[in-house]
Ligand binder design. Structure first.
Ligand code: FAD
Length: 286
């Protein structure tokens, strides 16, 4: 398929991007890597008469690690996440997750900002950012504002970002303790049937804190506060992991689709989370 005709813009300043968004309203969309948007346009599932390319805006592709605070510019690619040594040391869950997205060709183009902004329940970065308790910075006609990743998603493809706002960066504290990003998919390069992002700290042999987020098991990513709480203070043994899985299953709401019926997805979600917790715990240092 080829997309419907559209006007293409490549502004050099964020002010020009926002002016175009205001001018064209619902008929305009920004494009980052284009690896979600262009396929949607080709399938005629997205109609974008005015396409605004962000590639010429300076300063959106920086990775900053400053005093334990990490900031990812919106145009940082999934490839960048995998190949930045400082980032791999400070937050190794990012590269572990990015390596499970699509294939190298997609990862050279696909951006963190596009993945987080998109609102597709199958995208891997939103759950990951909820696990990391990230803050999302958007800029619009009224200036900048921060939105917590855990509040950002309203329903599939609907987020708290207004149509005339652009996501410019995502920031979070470098996570402590052990991590794991576990993803079950039908084949290499596929979106998740279920995925779990887990960060755990240990305190004198017990779980000190745990953050757990699930992907593609509801119409939004699910940060399961109850699942994390079920682990805290335990030795992260089988009983505790089963309790965390039970709590997580109370928070997700999968739908039947070509990745399987609901019962199968819930089963896969449980196995995926168990594996992620076990691996994250094995990586903790007291
Ligand atoms: P684009 O496609 O350019 O944009 C996506 C949406 O976000 C659009 O609505 C756009 O308007 C909006 N947007 C983009 N940037 C901004 C911004 N800065 N501010 C506001 N709005 C913005 N993703 C996964 O997570 N997991 C997978 O397993 C996976 N598999 C894939 C397999 C294939 C074959 C392909 C083609 C893609 C796959 N993807 C997967 C999607 C890929 O990771 C996309 O690149 C990513 O989701 C979107 O990033 P992008 O930069 O390409 O965004």
């Amino acid at each position: 398929m080829i997309p419907a005709a559209f006007d293409y813009y490549r502004p050099k300043t964020m002010g020009d991007v926002i002016a175009l968004l205001q001018e064209h309203g619902d008929d305009a969309r920004v494009m980052a890597g284009g690896h979600s948007l262009i396929p949607m346009m080709k399938l005629r599932m997205a109609d974008v008469p005015h396409l605004i390319d962000l590639q010429a805006i300076d300063g959106l592709d920086a990775i900053t690690i400053d005093g334990g605070r990490i900031t990812l510019g919106a145009m940082v690619t999934q490839h960048d996440l995998i190949n930045n040594d400082g980032l791999s040391n400070a937050a190794p869950i990012l590269s572990e997750a990015a390596l499970q997205i699509a294939d190298p060709q997609v990862r050279y183009m696909g951006t963190v900002g596009g993945n987080v902004a998109n609102g597709d329940p199958g995208n891997d970065m939103p759950g990951l950012m909820q696990c990391l308790d990230a803050q999302i910075k958007v800029v619009g006609p009224d200036g900048e504002r921060m939105i917590a990743a855990r509040d950002y998603y309203e329903s599939a493809y609907m987020t708290l970002r207004a149509d005339d706002e652009v996501l410019v960066s995502i920031e979070f504290d470098a996570p402590a303790g052990g991590h794991a990003y576990e993803k079950q998919k039908r084949k290499i390069g596929d979106y998740a049937t279920a995925a779990a992002a887990v960060q755990i700290t240990s305190d004198a042999g017990k779980v000190g804190s745990a953050s757990i987020a699930m992907t593609n098991l509801s119409d939004v990513p699910v940060w399961s506060e109850a699942a994390g709480a079920a682990l805290v203070g335990t030795a992260c043994d089988d009983t505790a992991i089963k309790a965390a899985v039970a709590a997580m299953l109370g928070d997700i709401d999968p739908s039947e689709d070509n990745r399987g019926p609901v019962a199968f997805k819930r089963h896969v979600a449980g196995i995926t989370l168990s594996r992620a917790i076990t691996r994250a715990w094995s990586r903790t240092t007291a």
